[in-house]
Design a protein around this ligand. Structure first.
Ligand code: PLP
Length: 398
């Protein structure tokens, strides 16, 4: 007795958004909640980018834009690919969207037929499975091992391929684990792909700039598979522009044209002012990002040191992005001071919210029910307080 479609009824609510809602409710009761549930830079967008947006308004950029984005922005994105990733694209192979989230959705809707399997390297970003299911595809998560920093290997990838496999999706640097694929690891993935020319890879590189390991490698930069790779990127993380809603993809012409067609029926071109700001952001290069990355790096070190001091938390050291994703199975089956038993990471996340007043996200929505995710994109003193409180609360479990 519902009027709603199966499509939406079967869809899970975004776990990160649900947790943020709960933490806002506690905050509204006057409780000092430290919210480490959101994947959002705590920095303002750099001033030169804001100035470009103001100028765009004054210059009259208030009309519909071309569906795949302004040509000069797409050219600047091509220049960025050449400069940062050694990748040569034409503006007709770029589609600018309302965030990387829409770029991912465009790519999946352009490629996946009902029943097609999409292999998802896990732990994965919450929305991947929901987007595949929206396209009536079958999400096939394959889980990397803790020993390998949660990175799926090329051999594990190949073993998961079936005649129904249409695509594979992953993020590097990874949300939620912070793992970064090396050139050798991605090269091995490229070799597998090259043996399966009917399989496409959706490479989510949104955290490209937030990398403490050094080299960022684009899967598309292996020439033998360039035509099979859709590269996703955007401005939310590297340029601290989450609210502007600006992302993009690069893909061979027919796939890019399909995404353009889809977007033309759904949202049209994204916000004109955000696009002008994005152009300025790219023209400014990486300097503003590099400054923020220094802070993320310092916070990573701070949080890892504090987490390593908490008995029972097991995790690799993240090499990029701004999360830690410890395995928390040591606490399952333990009893809280109020007598309740913590059965899983969802119980643990709620316990930490209510007892430590720290919001996190349980790992099941990332395909990793043994883990819990904390964002490290918060001020140093907040992180310090949060992990003191977490240590204290976990110490009370019997
Ligand atoms: N991909 C990953 C791995 C993310 O973590 C996020 C945001 O949290 C996105 C894509 C979406 O980014 P955007 O704000 O550009 O839609």
């Amino acid at each position: 007795t519902t009027i709603l479609s199966d499509r939406v009824l079967h869809m899970q609510e975004s776990a990160t958004i649900a947790m943020a809602k709960k933490s806002r409710e506690l905050a509204a009761q006057g409780i000092d909640v430290i919210n480490l549930s959101f994947g959002e830079p705590d920095f303002q967008t750099p001033q030169y980018i804001k100035d470009a947006a103001k100028q765009a308004l004054d210059e009259g950029y208030t009309f519909y834009t071309p569906v795949p984005g302004y040509l000069d922005l797409r050219q600047a994105i091509c220049d960025k690919f050449q400069r940062d990733n050694n990748l040569s694209y034409k503006p007709t192979e770029i589609v600018v969207s309302t965030g990387a989230k829409q770029s991912l959705t465009n790519a999946v809707l352009a490629l996946v037929n009902p029943g097609d399997e999409v292999i998802i390297f896990s732990p994965y970003w919450v929305s991947y499975a929901a987007i595949v299911e929206l396209a009536e595809g079958v999400a096939v998560p394959i889980v990397g091992s803790l020993e390998n920093d949660y990175k799926v290997t090329a051999a594990e990838f190949e073993a998961a391929i079936t005649p129904r496999t249409k695509a594979v999706m992953y993020s590097s640097p990874c949300n939620p684990t912070g793992a970064v694929f090396s050139r050798a690891e991605l090269g091995a993935v490229a070799e597998v792909l090259a043996r399966h020319p009917g399989i496409f890879a959706i490479a989510d590189e949104i955290y490209e700039y937030i990398n403490f390991a050094g080299e960022h490698v684009s899967l598309a930069s292996f020439p033998e598979v360039k035509n099979q790779v859709i590269t996703i990127n955007g401005f939310s993380k590297g340029y601290a522009m989450t609210g502007w809603r600006l992302g993009y993809l690069a893909a061979r012409q027919d796939i890019a044209a399909a995404c353009d067609k889809l977007q033309g029926q759904m949202t049209s071109g994204t916000c004109s002012i955000a696009q002008r700001a994005g152009l300025a952001a790219l023209q400014g290069g990486r300097a503003s990002a590099d400054e923020m990355v220094q802070a993320y790096h310092r916070r990573r070190d701070l949080v890892v040191a504090m987490a390593q001091d908490i008995p029972g938390l097991k995790m690799p050291v993240p090499e990029g992005a701004f999360y830690v994703f410890p395995d928390v199975t040591a606490f399952f089956g333990r009893t809280a001071p109020d007598g309740s038993v913590l059965h899983d990471s969802g119980d643990l996340a709620l316990y930490l919210l209510n007892d430590a007043h720290v919001a996190s996200v349980a790992g099941d929505s990332f395909g990793a029910p043994d883990c819990i995710r904390f964002s490290t994109a918060a001020a140093d003193d907040k992180l310090r307080t949060a992990f003191e409180r977490i240590k204290n609360s976990l110490g009370q479990l019997q």
